[in-house]
Design a protein around this ligand. Structure first.
Ligand SMILES: Cc1cc2nc3c(=O)[nH]c(=O)nc-3n(C[C@H](O)[C@H](O)[C@H](O)COP(=O)(O)O)c2cc1C
Length: 407
């Protein structure tokens, strides 16, 4: 594909995008305490739209309280009172003729009771190494049914709020990914075991959304693989992609990794030790001398994947061969050359990016107008750690002295 084809309009399940570059879901730590989008959200999303993003996928929005993320300011879609503020947001983005898609999620055991005020839950009572202060509660039948209903209710609210579509978050080790992965799903009932059983919760959500909302676009973000023993592998991800298509999914975004695996989701050259020690819940309140000891040791504990660019393309390509619905590739695709290659090689129909939109909200226009050929993102990943402290922004590998100084 030639670079100019990147900037031709294209459709996903009837949604018209002005180009093939999508803002991938990115949690912003900007929501009101109710979970409503804030003025900062509106400013961000309209800037992305103005700056040329083909579509904006929101940061993940929780479908119920125990599924809230560990980070502050999560968008929620768990109450009808939220419809109106979301309507304002979608209207604002639509002024730029840019589609906006709400990502729906339940964080499962990748969160903390201290934040949600409720027990963490998971398909199986397995501790997560990052969020390991408690063993999650293994979900019962009735609780699974309630989660399915809450995804369906959230989808209904998204339709009423004027979203162009929703995206189910089935990636990165959150609850629905925990069901899909044999590493986290050890169940012996109809929700675990075979791929079909592990997929049942997603199939049910999709079936009921389809029943209620007809052909309203429902996208999914999946993991093409992770590194955990007995976890997700490409061949199973292909089967899941086929099941998604058969269940009426409109498009599949292919990602990889889990929070437990360190820098696997958003890869970078080195571990962002400075913000981790300053802000992460595990380290923040440690005495300074201990932080100093830990500082050189932390990187030794977290393996860094070798491939930093285009790391999901291989699996995206296999998935694209197996389905007819559009495939979106994400993960270290930060240059125009790589974007064109991803689209031209048949690995994907669309490319999505997260970090490039954090440092430059108008990256698409810059690429389109030839002002830049690549994102300025240095993949320091300070953004991904510092959302624990406050609103999303680019830190460009440096904290201001008052934050960097161990307390
Ligand atoms: C600060 C930050 C927040 C993120 N939040 C989400 C999220 O809410 N939902 C999601 O699916 N992925 C989330 N991601 C992952 C990105 O969507 C994307 O998959 C990943 O960063 C790799 O793409 P990139 O190389 O273009 O950044 C987040 C990434 C970052 C850096």
């Amino acid at each position: 594909m030639m670079p100019h084809d990147v900037f031709c309009s294209a459709t996903i399940a009837g949604i018209r995008l002005q180009n093939r570059l999508i803002r991938s879901a990115t949690h912003e730590s900007m929501a009101e305490s109710s979970g409503a989008p804030s003025a900062a959200h509106e400013a961000l999303y309209t800037a992305l739209a103005k700056g040329g993003a083909g579509a904006v996928i929101t940061g993940y929005a929780g479908v119920q309280q125990d599924g809230r993320t560990n980070y502050p300011g999560m968008l929620m879609m768990n109450d009808d009172s939220l419809i109106l503020p979301y309507r304002q947001l979608t209207d604002a983005v639509h002024r730029y003729r840019t589609p906006i898609i709400l990502q729906l999620a339940h964080c499962g055991c990748q969160t903390r009771s201290a934040v949600t005020g409720m027990k963490t839950v998971a398909p199986s009572a397995l501790k997560d190494r990052i969020f390991n202060e408690e063993r999650p509660h293994e979900l019962g039948e009735g609780e699974i049914e309630a989660i399915i209903s809450n995804f369906v209710f959230a989808a209904r609210r998204a339709v009423m709020a004027g979203f162009d579509g929703i995206q189910l978050h089935l990636a990165h080790g959150y609850l629905l990914a925990q069901f899909l992965s044999g590493y986290t799903n050890r169940r012996r009932d109809r929700w675990g075991g075979s791929t079909e059983n592990k997929f049942r919760i997603v199939a049910e959500i999709l079936r009921r959304i389809r029943q209620e909302q007809g052909n309203f676009p429902v996208l999914a973000k999946i993991n093409g693989f992770d590194q955990r023993p007995g976890g997700m592998r490409a061949d199973e991800a292909v089967n899941i992609a086929r099941l998604l298509e058969a269940s009426g999914c409109s498009a599949i975004e292919v990602s990889s990794g889990t929070i437990e695996e360190g820098l696997s989701i958003m890869r970078g050259v080195k571990l962002p030790v400075e913000p981790l020690l300053a802000c992460n819940f595990r380290f923040k309140s440690m005495p300074v001398p201990l932080k100093k000891v830990l500082s050189p040791l932390l990187p030794l504990a977290v393996p860094i994947p070798k491939l930093l660019q285009n790391y999901n393309l291989e699996v995206a390509k296999v998935i694209k061969k197996a389905v007819t619905i559009p495939v979106i590739a994400v993960g270290g695709i930060h240059t125009l050359e790589d974007i064109s290659a991803a689209l031209g090689s048949g690995a994907a129909d669309f490319v999505s990016m997260s970090r490039p939109f954090i440092i430059e909200r108008d990256i698409v226009h810059k690429l389109q107008e030839g002002r830049q050929t690549a994102s300025r993102c240095i993949m320091c990943n300070y953004c991904a750690i510092m959302i624990e402290e406050g609103p999303l922004r680019c830190w460009y590998g440096k904290l201001p002295a008052k934050l960097a100084e161990p307390a």
